[in-house]
Ligand binder design. Structure first.
Ligand code: PFF
Length: 456
């Protein structure tokens, strides 16, 4: 499709909100606390922050520069910059990863809708103890019809927005609701930290215990940094492709990174104090956030209203992320295969629902798909979370760095980042990180993981 037909964010602000909408989602509020809990708390958080700065931001710049220059989807972008080469396969891997992530992400996103319903219908109000909270979670996640139904609802919502196109749908939603989510998170963090024993949770989150350091924790923190910033699969190539020519791209990228990280830490400051005050186990797995939060709401005045508002905003945050996941896939079929946007959105959303079914059933409905079932220690959802959300994104990050650093060239990427006369500081440091540090460091982590066999 010609670049003039593709649309653009209506402003730089629109891009920041939409890209922050993609970055901020279940990754921050569901995945970060649960990975931090399993990764020993402080040590995971330290590694995660290090990876955001040393790997995340450089990779983000690399993706955005490719997107802005080519104004294409990930496959088309590689085709444009490296015609008749194998590089477009990297874009193809990104499209596949988008599918892979969406197929488990939409299951968790469906749970937020289930909790939203419980908030509206009063079910949430009756939860006062940890056991009651576990019961509610079990009810939502183990009934096959509910689990699949909620996933379907979420995917339909995603399709409806993606069908509307870039600034029609995505931008309008992100603009209004992201700031409200932030304010609510601050209120919840203050409430959680002032619960009896709450500060022990803060200590768990920030005081690193170096005896917990292990390869799987390093891998998980690296994967989380990429996942949370929506990197390694071309989402930021796609979003960068809609960026206005005169606006400051690199600064917008940094701002998105800061917002995303602040929200993840805020989520940690809600979940861990609440956990510790309830005497719950930080290694609670994928259900951690869902089981923990209702107990905070019950400790608050007007808790049912706050809880309902929270799940509404969490569902919206998840939606602005699922939109970006589906957008990568749809954008490819529209640009490269000539599908109409409407057809691409519905067909691909439908395929994703089919792919999501085993993940939806893996949380209790079908024990063979659960932990200690046919996939060994991992349940099917966790397996996908690791394959697509950690390993595939890491491979994607290596490839985009190699491409920008060695094939396309740092000077051309710099031009795209500074376009509109916005000189970037520390440019040679960025070039060094993209050419050497990022690809080598991520490669070493992957090799160590493979050699040691400690995949998890
Ligand atoms: N960054 C999103 C989150 O943290 O919830 C998830 C995500 C969206 C990952 C888009 C990758 C992506 F391309």
């Amino acid at each position: 499709m010609a670049s003039s037909d593709r649309g653009q964010w209506s402003s730089r602000f629109g891009f920041i909100l939409a890209a922050a909408g993609s970055a901020i989602g279940l990754g921050n509020i569901w995945r970060f606390p649960y990975s931090a809990g399993e990764g020993g708390g402080g040590i995971f958080v330290l590694l995660y922050l290090f990876f955001v700065i040393a790997i995340g931001i450089p990779v983000q710049f690399a993706e955005l520069s490719v997107g802005r220059t080519t104004k294409r989807n990930p496959v088309g972008a590689f085709k444009a910059l490296a015609p008749k080469s194998l590089w477009p396969i990297v874009g193809g891997l990104g499209v596949l990863t988008g599918f892979g992530i969406l197929a488990f992400y939409s299951v968790i996103a469906g749970w937020t809708v289930g909790y939203l319903y419980q908030g509206i219908s009063g079910g949430l109000a009756s939860i006062t103890t940890g056991e009651q909270s576990v019961d509610l979670f079990t009810q939502i996640t183990t009934d096959p019809l509910i689990a699949i139904g909620l996933t379907a609802v979420f995917l339909v919502l995603t399709v409806l927005v993606v069908r509307g196109g870039v600034s029609g749908g995505i931008e309008r939603i992100a603009k209004v609701l992201m700031p409200v989510l932030f304010a609510l998170l601050v209120v919840l963090a203050i409430t959680a930290m002032t619960l009896p024993g709450g500060m022990d949770g803060v200590a768990y989150l920030f005081a690193p215990d170096f005896s917990e350091l292990s390869l799987p924790v390093v891998m998980s923190a690296l994967g989380q940094a990429l996942f949370s910033l929506s990197l390694g699969m071309g989402a930021m190539i796609t979003y960068g492709s809609y960026f206005p020519d005169d606006a400051n791209l690199w600064q917008s990228g940094v701002l998105v990174g800061i917002c995303d990280t602040v929200i993840a830490i805020l989520a940690g400051l809600i979940i861990f104090p609440a956990l510790f005050s309830q005497g719950m186990d930080p290694q609670g797995g994928p259900g951690l956030v869902f089981v923990t939060l209702p107990t905070i709401f019950s400790a608050m005045p007007a808790g049912q209203i706050v809880g309902t508002a929270f799940y509404f905003l969490l569902a919206i945050a998840a939606l602005t992320s699922t939109i970006s996941l589906l957008e990568v896939v749809v954008c490819y079929f529209v640009d490269e295969r000539g599908w109409s946007r409407t057809m691409a959105a519905w067909v691909l959303g439908g395929v994703c629902l089919v792919l999501a079914v085993p993940s939806a059933l893996s949380q209790g409905a079908v024990p063979a798909l659960g932990a200690n079932g046919i996939f060994g220690a991992w349940d099917f959802l966790t397996l996908n979370n690791n394959i697509w959300g950690n390993y595939s994104l890491s491979i994607g990050a290596i490839m985009i760095c190699l491409f920008v650093g060695w094939k396309w060239g740092i000077p051309k990427a710099m031009e795209a980042l500074e376009l509109g006369n916005h000189p970037m500081p520390a440019t040679s440091l960025w070039g060094f990180l993209v050419k050497f540090v990022c690809p080598i460091a991520v490669f070493i982590v992957l090799v160590f993981i493979i050699v040691s066999g400690q995949y998890f």
